[in-house]
Ligand binder design. Structure first.
Ligand code: MLT
Length: 413
């Protein structure tokens, strides 16, 4: 058979497995090193008791003929969809219908799968740096050329996220925007930790309306927002239902990275242009895709996710988020004391720091691993504009975070 040629355009390994490979090689060569991993944004705290209790009860249901569940609704069980609708949207004054919520096995899959809805030659805009899945999934689908020497894929529109724009690039100018079909926005942002204000999101919604573009809004980290004035959902912005879809995840919010559950909101007001110029419903298209290719997240997992919204679940997961955010504060302040310029970490579990002058992101990665036995993520792995930056994750034990800061203070004294 002939293979999909577009895969050849990608670097051989996805960013995080590549980091894992380098760290394993280092650890094998230096077995005495006590390596602390602040690279991939993977939670470390065990699941909250309310979630564990609900999952145990669900397993027991699976053990009895009367309560056993086979295939569930592809879109998600009503008990979870209603809990999401009530807590994440209705209580915040946001209108979302039950049949606009699609429960899934997580936002990574949703962000990779969503591009199946876009025309083969759709023009995609991404911020730079960016969560690599948005780019790589569109490269695999053939929407780009092979990367140039600058690491950029021809065909993609890159929106530089720089210190000068607070890592929140504005919509492209009218002329640049011609032809942009889809833009991916992530707030709070992975990797920079920046968060978009209501004014900034409002400008994006206005731009999308003007250009008949779709905003793919990734809100996987919304639970880390500390200021109630900041938008947690794009649907807080008037008009967003006509131009945006929103991804949410239980991974970072409730420790589900290994359990897997998320959801995508696709409003029924959202329309795209079909091959004959007709307006087509993205909600209907996503429903068709989801029911064809997905048999629903597991019952046990959905019971666990629904428990997040119980009073105990909210209190316990809230305490975990506060714990990680305290880690973020310790890292941010420790890095600043060691002389680093740091960003993020205030409404997101990621710290984005400038590497010392003349040191590339990967050189800093190697140096930090070698001298401090600390693992982070090179900013250049998130896009060319990430060169000269480095990401540290706040997901770890307090002891490891304190130890990481102590090692940084020693190495960079
Ligand atoms: C990250 O470290 O960027 C995240 O863990 C990636 C993800 O959530 O897939």
């Amino acid at each position: 058979m002939r293979a999909n040629p577009h895969f050849q355009k990608l670097p051989a390994g996805y960013l995080f497995p590549e980091i894992g490979r380098r760290v394993r090689a280092y650890a094998a060569a230096h077995p005495e090193a006590k390596v602390i991993r602040l690279g991939i944004g993977d939670v470390t705290e065990p699941l909250a008791p309310a979630i564990i209790g609900a999952m145990h009860a669900a397993v027991d249901e699976m053990a009895a003929r009367e309560t056993f569940k086979g295939y569930g609704p592809e879109q998600g069980y009503d008990f979870l969809v209603e809990a999401i609708r009530e807590h994440d949207y209705t209580r915040r004054g946001i209108e979302v219908a039950a049949d606009e919520i699609f429960v899934s096995d997580g936002s990574k899959c949703d962000s990779g799968n969503l591009q199946e809805l876009f025309a083969a030659d759709a023009v995609i805009a991404v911020t730079d740096p960016v969560y690599p899945v948005y780019v790589d999934s569109n490269v695999m689908a053939g929407r780009t050329g092979a990367p140039g020497a600058d690491g950029r894929f021809p065909g993609l529109v890159y929106l530089p996220a720089t210190a000068a724009n607070g890592f929140c690039p504005p919509p492209p100018e009218t002329t640049d925007a011609r032809g942009v079909d889809v833009v991916y926005l992530c707030s709070p942002n992975n990797p920079t930790g920046a968060v978009m204000t209501r004014e900034q999101l409002t400008a994006w919604v206005a731009w999308a309306k003007q250009h008949d573009a779709l905003i793919v809004f990734d809100a996987a980290y919304e639970a880390y927002i500390q200021d109630d004035a900041l938008p947690r959902s794009i649907f807080e912005i008037p008009g967003a239902r006509e131009v945006a879809v929103e991804m949410r995840s239980f991974s970072k919010r409730a420790g589900f990275t290994g359990v897997r559950c998320g959801f995508l909101v696709v409003p029924k007001d959202l329309r795209a242009t079909g091959a004959g110029g007709e307006r087509v419903s993205l909600n209907a298209m996503w429903s068709r895709r989801h029911t064809t290719k997905f048999n629903g997240a597991s019952y046990v997992v959905q019971r666990g996710a629904a428990a997040v919204y119980t009073p105990d679940g909210l209190a316990q997961t809230g305490a975990q988020i506060a714990f990680y955010m305290e880690n973020a504060r310790i890292l941010r302040e420790g890095l600043a004391r060691a002389g680093f310029t740091v960003y993020g970490g205030q409404h997101a579990p990621y710290i984005w720091l400038e590497t010392p002058k003349g040191t590339t992101s990967w050189q800093f990665f190697d140096g930090l691993l070698d001298k401090a036995h600390l693992v982070g993520t090179p900013g250049s792995g998130f896009g060319p504009q990430g060169e000269g930056y480095f990401r540290l994750s706040a997901f770890n034990s307090r002891a490891n975070v304190d130890e990481a800061v102590a090692r940084i203070a020693k190495v960079f004294a």
